[in-house]
Design a protein around this ligand. Structure first.
Ligand code: FES
Length: 219
């Protein structure tokens, strides 16, 4: 994992190169701080720490993070966990995420992440933008047959995300899953989400990973 750190007067910015798929929320939101045509491309003193924090929290992949070195607040995870299924693209997940990486003793604690669902990423379980070259196509209709009628608790519950070896992404906890146009949105008490690209019931796993002999590290 290649991570770069940019230290400013009031805020430290970290950039995980492999997890950036150029959503450009940063460059569009604060071009004085994030300028891909400048070296270094991040200037943490190019805006106030509050502005930097606000824009970084719009980074949908979690490639950008911040740590306040002034008295400002740390990022707070979204109270209600959600998965946005991107058309022809990844699963954008927000919430109090505990990501159980293969062979890691402690989970990665994150608030935002983009997970590969085409099977082509070299940074699995995360998306690295490979779906474009792989010409992954999915209109992301969400089958609501297993949706539940449940309310989020008042606390910000932990959502456990575990990539299973040669299989799907296991998500545990109440989470809302939305298709591309939000036309089909439902809450699910956990889910097994396809990450091989072959399921006929995307975004859910239907067991097709066995037929295509999908290989990926996991638990
Ligand atoms: S992971 Fe794709 S069908 Fe199971």
């Amino acid at each position: 994992m290649k991570r770069l750190t940019y230290t400013g007067n009031d805020v430290e910015i970290t950039y995980d190169v492999e997890r950036c798929i150029h959503a450009a929320e940063c460059a569009n939101g604060l071009p004085g701080v994030f300028d891909p045509n400048r070296k270094p491309w991040v200037d943490p003193n190019g805006a106030s720490a509050d502005e930097v924090a606000a824009v970084i929290q719009r980074c949908p992949t979690g490639a950008l993070k911040f740590r306040r070195t002034d008295s400002g607040s740390a990022e707070v995870p979204a109270e209600n966990a959600t998965i946005a299924v991107a058309e022809d693209g990844p699963l954008y997940v927000t919430g109090n995420l505990h990501i159980h990486m293969p062979d890691a003793e402690q989970p990665l604690v994150e608030t935002r992440a983009a997970f590969c669902r085409c099977g082509a990423s070299k940074a699995k379980p995360f998306c690295d933008g490979a779906h474009q070259e792989a010409k992954f196509r999915d209109g992301c209709r969400v089958d609501l047959a297993r949706a539940v009628d449940a309310e989020y608790s008042d606390d910000t519950d932990v959502i456990d995300v575990t990539p299973l070896a040669d299989g799907p992404l296991k998500v545990e906890g109440l989470i809302e899953i939305a298709g591309a146009d939000n036309a089909e949105t439902g809450r699910f008490a956990g889910a097994f989400l396809c990450r091989c690209g072959a399921s006929s019931n995307k975004p859910f796993c239907d067991g097709s990973h066995r037929e295509i002999a999908f290989e990926a590290a996991g638990s």
